[in-house]
Design a protein around this ligand. Structure first.
Ligand code: SAM
Length: 279
């Protein structure tokens, strides 16, 4: 694993160079930007494996997760950026905002940055201890007008109440299909009128030609971002029984049946999309 360290004497270097008046307030921002830009490289599937176990969000994955998701999910960074704008638009004063399956808190950060409504609480939940530990450390550095709680727990059993914004950013696809209706009904029942669910997923297509084409193009995307054919094929095997994608009409109909009034895709890049479902 390649790990680049941010120099700890950077602050002293700036002070010596005569930047004393701005150093105090700017240094934290510079370090945050650097730690965001410098991430550990995903090499989880780079060596040939005799047996490929089902994919798990363990410590090895958590250590490289930002690099992994950015090089694997076309449009991920755009969606994360837009969650900030969507939060600003939909968050209601005094309500709760949920990030379900928060991982390292990419979407939680965006919600915190975009939030202007007062007296809100952001609740980020994940059932991977490794993710939650790292998410808590990362959120310590974020300044927001809301209170933030990061919970290690199962989103299938966590209550949802008084919510104006709920994010399921590439999480539902890891929930067993037979559990998805009940989860979405619970989310819908726990939302305020006018609130929004942001649901991002890998999808399949009924048109077989389009499905195969976008599947291949996604692999081209991964190759273009430095993954070898071995890494692509081993990860594909590991995800086979764990990540179960569905079609866009399946998502739309299930959300409407769960009690959302307006549902449609607001973003799509190849076989990855994000939907808005308004309560
Ligand atoms: C692809 S990641 C989500 C990425 C994240 N939302 C983001 O925007 O960076 C899926 C996450 O869902 C979590 N997860 C899967 N099933 C879960 C469950 N039943 N309860 C809580 N978290 C779950 C995994 O541990 C993992 O961190």
């Amino acid at each position: 694993m390649v790990q680049i360290r941010i120099p700890t004497n950077g602050k002293q270097m700036l002070l010596a160079a005569g930047f004393r008046p701005i150093v105090g307030s700017c240094w934290r921002i510079i370090r945050n930007l650097l730690s965001f830009a410098v991430m550990s490289k995903d090499q989880v599937y780079s060596k040939s494996m005799a047996n490929i176990a089902d994919f798990r969000f363990d410590a090895g994955v958590a250590d490289v997760f930002t690099d992994m998701i950015e090089r694997s999910v076309p449009g991920y960074r755009s969606i994360i950026t837009m969650i900030e704008t969507l939060t600003g638009h939909y968050a209601q004063p005094g309500s709760k905002l949920y990030d379900l399956g928060c991982s390292l808190g990419g979407a939680t950060h965006s919600m915190a940055r975009g939030l202007t409504a007062q007296n809100c609480e952001i609740i980020a939940i994940d059932n991977s201890a490794a993710m939650v530990e790292r998410c808590r450390k990362a959120m310590d550095r974020v300044h927001t007008c809301a209170s933030v709680r990061i919970i290690e727990g199962d989103i299938l059993t966590t209550p949802i109440a008084d919510a104006s914004v709920v994010v399921l950013n590439f999480t539902l696809q890891f929930i067993p299909p037979e559990e998805r209706v009940q989860l979405l009904e619970k989310i819908s029942a726990g939302m305020r009128p006018g609130g929004v669910l942001i649901l991002s997923e890998k999808v399949t297509f009924e048109d077989r030609h389009l499905d195969e084409l976008l599947f291949d193009i996604h692999h081209d995307f991964k190759r273009a971002h430095g993954y070898s054919d071995l890494e692509i094929s081993q990860k594909r095997s590991a995800l086979e029984n764990v990540l179960i994608p569905e079609t866009i009409p399946t998502h739309r109909n299930r959300l409407l049946n769960a009690g959302f009034t307006s549902v449609d895709v607001w973003f799509q890049c190849f076989n990855f999309m994000s939907m808005l479902a308004v309560k």
